[in-house]
Design a protein around this ligand. Structure first.
Ligand code: SF4
Ligand code: SF4
Length: 424
């Protein structure tokens, strides 16, 4: 593997602490991914990217910056990538999914904040993630209270821009979000030095829609009871999609989808025969949070679908490609993004409808509703969700967990019993 020490030094990273992080990742990756059998050959791409996750893509971003391009780091699937791509900027996800970053986050945040927030702040302040060093602009958003306040703390150390996400989905909220996107576009134009036009925005809408279509093809294959890919591998593909170049991401996902369709035709499964099918819903699983998928898939089940931001919410619903004015395009972007069902909105009954619809489409035997510790919004809508899916005939298991391994054995016992209970 290429030695990246020089790049990490130039990025101002804490090399010693970063070495500690890098020393545990290969074992974790090997245990979770390489121990699986009958994986699609196409996963070699994601294995390669993940094996050098702090090297390959960061090096590309640094090279692009040397040519004058700007990198925008984002924390939420409401931020419209299309606007950045249209101005020749680059988007990278910034959500932290490792327990490694949590203690650094706890230096400035109370411990009773969700681990995703603590890890995201810790990754920046601890100087142990290159993506958090590279981003020229950090784009936050007014979703949950924890994130809003954490952005204020991050702003002491990083250049923050905040988008004001509405909390309801009325017509005036869609109008408001279109206005926010317009203001965001003005900032992106200023930072990149490139003008946003209906032409370049139209091209960018197509690029991001193509990426969504490619991700959707992989998910479509997961509807087959052949189970041509494990949920763990599909999750990795999805997590890396937040960091990858969108055109290359679409190309690699389409290749993977070709292979999965072939495997379905030939009856080639990645999972043992008789594996119970699970839909997982809830708070996002940011890379490298593979804990639940690994436990579920080593307990006799396969994760067939994720109703979460690192899942169907990232690719479902396309932006209308027929608009030819910026005003029409901002409106089309707003309409698409406002279809996303996050617990930060009220009411959020669309998520319950989605979970039931997806549970049927993906032909699952049971549902796991997962909540990151201290995430109030998702926790509070849990009981209504559980009632509704049970009424629709799906057994449900409610889980609250964080990034640590402390509860892994307890989770294994509970998930194992749940899978067992799903019967034949
Ligand atoms: S769960 Fe809500 S706040 Fe978090 S990434 Fe998804 S939409 Fe954004
Ligand atoms: S998981 Fe919950 S608390 Fe954490 S960032 Fe997302 S919405 Fe906020």
């Amino acid at each position: 593997m290429t030695d990246r020490t020089e790049m990490w030094t130039e990025l101002g990273m804490d090399l010693e602490a970063h070495d500690n992080l890098c020393s545990v990742l290969p074992t974790a990756f090997g245990d979770v991914f390489l121990s699986q059998e009958n994986r699609p050959a196409g996963m070699a791409y994601w294995d390669m990217v993940t094996a050098d996750i702090h090297g390959i893509r960061p090096a590309e971003l640094v090279e692009a910056q040397k040519k004058g391009r700007k990198v925008f780091g984002t924390f939420c699937v409401y931020v419209p990538d299309e606007v950045v791509v249209a101005c020749d900027g680059i988007v990278t996800g910034l959500c932290g999914g490792s327990q490694f970053w949590v203690p650094d986050g706890e230096q400035v945040l109370p411990s009773d904040v969700c681990p995703l927030i603590k890890a995201s702040v810790g990754a920046r302040l601890g100087r142990t993630c290159p993506f958090f060093r590279i981003a020229d602009v950090f784009v936050g958003e007014t979703t949950c209270d924890g994130k809003k306040k954490a952005y204020e703390i991050l702003a002491n150390d990083a250049p923050m821009y905040i988008m004001d996400v509405p909390q309801m989905k009325r017509e005036k909220d869609i109008v408001k979000w279109a206005g926010e996107i317009e203001e965001f576009a003005a900032m992106v134009e200023e930072v990149t030095g490139n003008e946003l036009t209906p032409e370049n925005l139209g091209c960018a809408i197509k690029v991001i829609n193509d990426k969504r279509r490619a991700l959707a093809r992989v998910y479509e294959a997961r509807k087959s009871t052949v189970a041509p890919i494990s949920g763990t591998d599909a999750l990795l593909m999805m997590q890396i999609a937040f960091f990858d170049d969108p055109v290359r991401c679409a190309e690699m996902c389409n290749k993977l989808a070709d292979e999965l369709e072939q495997r379905i035709a030939e009856g080639v499964s990645a999972m043992p025969a008789g594996s119970k099918r699970i839909l997982i819903t809830g708070t996002p699983l940011a890379v490298p949070n593979w804990k639940l998928h690994h436990i579920i898939e080593t307990c006799g089940a396969v994760v067939a679908c994720e109703e979460m931001c690192t899942g169907t919410r990232y690719f479902e619903n396309l932006v209308d490609e027929g608009q030819t004015t910026l005003e029409g395009q901002f409106r089309a972007l707003s309409e698409r993004y406002m279809k996303n069902n996050c617990a930060c909105f009220t009411p959020n009954t669309g998520r319950i409808d989605d979970v039931i619809r997806l549970a049927r489409e993906y032909r699952v035997d049971g549902i796991i509703n997962t909540n990151l510790t201290f995430c109030t919004t998702y926790k509070l809508e849990g009981p209504a969700l559980e009632r509704a899916v049970e009424e629709a005939g799906f057994p449900v298991l409610n889980i609250e967990t964080d990034y640590s391994d402390g509860d892994s054995e307890q989770l294994r016992t509970r998930i194992g019993a749940f899978v067992e209970m799903l019967g034949d």
